[in-house]
Design a protein around this ligand. Structure first.
Ligand code: ATP
Length: 588
C-alpha cells in the first residue's frame, strides 16, 4: 500500500475530527497548543532545516501577532481579521528589515540579530504603557466565524488545526517546486545556487519572511486562545524552545515540526509534574532534562525523531507524468566558429600574491579547450574569474562581445555560461532528477505563492521533462529516482554535467571533472564530453590529469605561477620542454 500517500491526509482528518470525538477537554487544549507551536516550528523547519539559517527570535514574531490581536480587539474594538492583517504586516516589515540587514552576510549575523530582535521586542512589550507593561492586555474576546463563537476549546481547535495543516501542505508543496529547490540549494552555500541562476539573498529573505508570517499567525490565534497576552510567552527563552521543537522533531521535515511540538509540549507537562516529585523541589529543571534529551536524540538520530517515523513511510518514486510536457524555451545558440569567450589580460591579486597574472585566451563556439597547469598555477582562480565567483583585479572577460567581468555568477549563468565544481556540489537528500531540475531554474518563473498553492504543475512538468532529457543525454536516466547522495563520485560528476546542461548553456565549464574518478569512470566521462562536443557544445576544461586532457581537447592553455606559459594543440603542448619542466618542477 502507498502508505505515505494516505498517512498525511489521514492524520489531517483525525486532527480536524478530534473535537467531534469523545476526547476530554484537557487533550483538546493540549492539541491546540501543539497546533500553535507546530506553526512556529514549521517556519523554523524551512528556515533552519532547509535553508540553513538560524533564528532565535521566532517567539518575538509570535508576540507581534498576539499583541496585534489583543491591542486591536481590546483597545480599538477592531475586527480580529483586521488585527490578523496588522500582525502579519508588522511581522513581514520586521522580517524584511532584519533580513535586509543581515542576510547578505554569511555566518552568525542573522542568529545574533534575531537574539537582539527577540530581546528588544520583549522589553518593548514589557515597558510600554499602552501595551499594559508586564501585565499585558486582558480580556481578549473570543473569535467569531460566520456568527459562530469559536470559544477557547473545540471550536478554536478546528481553526488552529485547519490553519496548521494548510500551512504544512503549503510548505510541503513549496519544498517540491522550483523555488523550493532554490531554497534547498541555499543551505549548501551560495556558490552552487548562484551558478544555477538562483538569487540566494532573495530566497533567504523569502524563507525568513515566511517563517515570520507563520509565527505571527500562531501568535494571533494564541491571543484568542489565552484571551490575555503578556510578554512572558514571547521571551527569548521561548524562542529557543521553538528551535528545540524543530530540531528534536526533525529539522528538515515538514511533519517533524508537528512531532517536535507534540513531544516538547507533552514531555514538558509530564516533567513539570514528575520532576518536583523526584527531586523534591520545583524550578525550571525541565529545561535541563530537555537539553540532555536533545543531545541524546541528536547523537542517535541527527535528523531528529522524524527519522523513526519516516522508516514506516518509505519514499516513493515521483510519478513520471511529464511525458507530454512541451519543451522549455531554448536560447539562440552561436554558430560554430563564432567568438564566444575572450579572456583579456585577467588579473587576480590576493593581498600581495598575484594568483593570475594578465592571462589571455579565447574560445570559439564548438571548441573544446583545456586549461592545465601544476598545483597552484592559478587555473581555479581563472575559472572563478570567468564564472563571476571572484572579482577581477584587472583585465576583462567578454562573452559574445559583452564585458561580463564583475557580474554576479547568476547573471553570467543567465547569459549562457554554466559550470560544474571541483568538489561536487549537490543537494544529497534530493533525487538526481530534482538536482538536475535545479539547473532549469532560470528557464522557469514560478514564484513562492504559486508553488505553495500547487499552481506550478505545468511548469514543473516541463522542468522535469527537460531534466530527464539531459540525464538521458549523458546516460544517467535510469538513476533519476535515486537520491543524489547515494551515487558514487563518477555518476555524481555526470549528474553535475546534466544539471549544467539543464541551464541550456552555450558554454560549459568543467572544473577538474576527472579528479578522484576510477579509470572506467574517466572513460565514461570522456565519452560524454566527446558526445557533447559532437553535438556542438563548447567546453572549457580545467584539469590536472594530462592524459585525460590530451585525448580530448582541440587546444590547451598551460598556466604556471599565475601566467600563461603556452597555448597549442595537445601535440604541441606534449612536445614542449617548458611544459614538461613546469610539471616536473625543473628549470626552463
Ligand atoms: N582565496 C584565496 N586567497 C588567497 N590565495 C589564494 C586564494 N585562492 C587561491 N589562492 C592562491 O592563488 C594561487 C593559485 O591558486 P589556484 O587554486 O587558482 O591554483 P590551481 O592551478 O587551481 O591549483 P590546483 O590545481 O591545486 O587547484 C595559489 O597560490 C593559491 O594558494
Amino acid at each position: 500500500m502507498k502508505l505515505r500517500r494516505f498517512a498525511f491526509p489521514l492524520f489531517g482528518v483525525i486532527m480536524l475530527a478530534l473535537p467531534a470525538l469523545p476526547v476530554p477537554d484537557f487533550w483538546i487544549t493540549q492539541a491546540i497548543y501543539i497546533g500553535l507551536y507546530a506553526l512556529v516550528a514549521l517556519g523554523l523547519v524551512l528556515l533552519t532545516g532547509v535553508a540553513g539559517l538560524t533564528s532565535f527570535g521566532q517567539a518575538a514574531f509570535v508576540g507581534v501577532g498576539a499583541y496585534a490581536a489583543a491591542f486591536m480587539t481590546v483597545k480599538l474594538s477592531a475586527s480580529p481579521w483586521l488585527a490578523l492583517l496588522l500582525g502579519v504586516g508588522l511581522a513581514v516589515c520586521a522580517a524584511l528589515v532584519l533580513g535586509a540587514i543581515t542576510l547578505r552576510m554569511s555566518g552568525h549575523y542573522l542568529p545574533l540579530a534575531t537574539i537582539a530582535w527577540g530581546l528588544a521586542l520583549y522589553y518593548t512589550m514589557g515597558n510600554m504603557e499602552w501595551l499594559g507593561k508586564y501585565d499585558g492586555i486582558l480580556g481578549v474576546p473570543t473569535l467569531q466565524v460566520f456568527g459562530f463563537d469559536l470559544g477557547t476549546g473545540r471550536g478554536l481547535h478546528v481553526l488552529v488545526w485547519a490553519i496548521a495543516l494548510l500551512a504544512a501542505l503549503g510548505c510541503a508543496n513549496l519544498l517540491d517546486s522550483r523555488p523550493g529547490r532554490a531554497i534547498r540549494a541555499v543551505k549548501g552555500g551560495a556558490t552552487m545556487a548562484e551558478a544555477m541562476g538562483v538569487s540566494t539573498f532573495r530566497y533567504k529573505l523569502v524563507v525568513f519572511v515566511l517563517a515570520a508570517v507563520l509565527a505571527a499567525v500562531s501568535g494571533w490565534l494564541f491571543a484568542f486562545f489565552q484571551r490575555t497576552v503578556n510578554p512572558t510567552p514571547f521571551s527569548i527563552g521561548k524562542g529557543i524552545e521553538y528551535l528545540f521543537m524543530a530540531v528534536l522533531g526533525g529539522v528538515s521535515h515538514v511533519w517533524g515540526a508537528f512531532l517536535g511540538a507534540a513531544v516538547v509540549k507533552l514531555t514538558d507537562d509530564q516533567l513539570q509534574v514528575l520532576l518536583p516529585k523526584l527531586i523534591g523541589t520545583s524550578g525550571n529543571f525541565e529545561t535541563i532534562v530537555f537539553g540532555i534529551v536533545l543531545v541524546v536524540v541528536l547523537k542517535y538520530a541527527p535528523d531528529g525523531l522524524w527519522t523513526f517515523v519516516a522508516r514506516w513511510l518509505p519514499r516513493e518514486d515521483r510519478p513520471r507524468d511529464w511525458a507530454d510536457a512541451p519543451a522549455l524555451p531554448a536560447r539562440d545558440k552561436p554558430a560554430r566558429g563564432q567568438p564566444l569567450l575572450q579572456v583579456d589580460a585577467v588579473r587576480k591579486e590576493f593581498g600581495g600574491l598575484v594568483a593570475v597574472n594578465d592571462v589571455s585566451f579565447e574560445l570559439r563556439a564548438g571548441d573544446l579547450v583545456g586549461l592545465i597547469g601544476p598545483n597552484g598555477a592559478g587555473k581555479s582562480t581563472t575559472f572563478n574569474l570567468v564564472t563571476g565567483v571572484l572579482s577581477l583585479t584587472g583585465g576583462q572577460v567578454r562573452w559574445r562581445g559583452e564585458a561580463i567581468g564583475g557580474l554576479p555568477s547568476r547573471e553570467i549563468a543567465r547569459r549562457g555560461i554554466s559550470r560544474t565544481f571541483q568538489h561536487v556540489k549537490m543537494i544529497p537528500e534530493m533525487t538526481v532528477l530534482e538536482n538536475v531540475a535545479l539547473g532549469g531554474h532560470l528557464r522557469g518563473q514560478c514564484g513562492t505563492v504559486r508553488a505553495m498553492l500547487r499552481m506550478d504543475r505545468v511548469e514543473e512538468k516541463r522542468l522535469f521533462a527537460e531534466a530527464e532529457r539531459q540525464l538521458a543525454r549523458i546516460g544517467l536516466a535510469d538513476r533519476m529516482h535515486d537520491l543524489a547522495g547515494n551515487l558514487a563520485l563518477g555518476p555524481q560528476r555526470l549528474m553535475e554535467i546534466a544539471r549544467a546542461l539543464c541551464t541550456d548553456p552555450a558554454l560549459l565549464l568543467l572544473d577538474e571533472p576527472a579528479a578522484g574518478l576510477r579509470h572506467q569512470e574517466k572513460q565514461a566521462l570522456a565519452a560524454v564530453l566527446r558526445q557533447l562536443k559532437d553535438e556542438g557544445m563548447s567546453l572549457l576544461l580545467v584539469e590536472h590529469d594530462m592524459e585525460f586532457v590530451m585525448g580530448l581537447t582541440d587546444r590547451i592553455v598551460v598556466m604556471e605561477f599565475g601566467t600563461r606559459l603556452m597555448e597549442g594543440t595537445p601535440a604541441e603542448v606534449q612536445a614542449s620542454p617548458a611544459v614538461r619542466a613546469a610539471y616536473l618542477g625543473t628549470e626552463h
